[in-house]
Design a protein around this ligand. Structure first.
Ligand SMILES: C[S@@+](CC[C@H](N)C(=O)[O-])C[C@H]1O[C@@H](n2cnc3c(N)ncnc32)[C@H](O)[C@@H]1O
Length: 167
């Protein structure tokens, strides 16, 4: 499965793929903020939601997926790509077994914690100049365990206006 992730270019690090592998089994629900597609892993009976706040990027992603092996998943709705503020998650298909955020947040957005399933895992870079890749596990009682996996460098998870201004 990790090989699949690398082949489809979903992650910018092998580490993220390894951290989420067990949370992307067939039938699971996944949310990917800032990119596209866990769909090949969770399969037609699962649900993979990609959210990016730049509509043009979402349109390009959709066109690329339509030409790919995941086209049927897009057609049947098990893969959906939306334009929106990923800091709000995507409540419609919550809770998620796996959440990946591909941009660095100043702190872990509360809506994403709320949309994580008990037993689920979120991998999110946190920080500004100095960033840590955080692994957020939601325990069965709803409590949260957070650990730092490694130092990373991502673009900021920010507002669309700030990103377009280059801030
Ligand atoms: C570096 S790309 C991520 C690439 C890929 N996900 C990865 O991990 O390799 C970061 C993306 O995050 C998006 N982004 C930044 N802030 C966002 C927000 N608040 N909501 C949704 N997408 C956001 C940007 O538009 C950009 O496409």
């Amino acid at each position: 499965m990790v090989d699949n992730l690398k082949r489809y270019g979903v992650f910018n690090s092998d580490k993220v793929a390894e951290l989420l592998e067990d949370y992307l089994k067939p039938g699971m629900h996944a949310l990917d903020v800032g990119s596209a597609c866990f769909a090949m892993m969770v399969g037609p009976e699962g649900r993979a939601i990609g959210v990016d706040h730049i509509p043009e990027l979402v349109e390009t992603s959709i066109k690329n997926v339509e030409k790919s092996a995941a086209a049927s998943l897009l057609k049947d709705g098990s893969l959906q790509l939306h334009a929106g503020d990923g800091r709000q998650g995507w409540p419609e298909f919550a809770p998620y077994d796996a959440i990946h955020v591909g941009a660095a947040a100043p702190e872990i957005p509360q809506p994403l914690i709320e949309q994580l399933k008990p037993g689920g895992r979120m991998v999110i870079p946190v920080g500004s100049i100095f960033q840590d890749l955080k692994v957020v596990d939601k325990n069965q009682d709803g409590s949260i365990s957070v650990r730092t996996e490694t130092s990373v460098r991502y673009v900021p998870l920010t507002s669309k206006d700030a990103q377009l201004r280059g801030n």
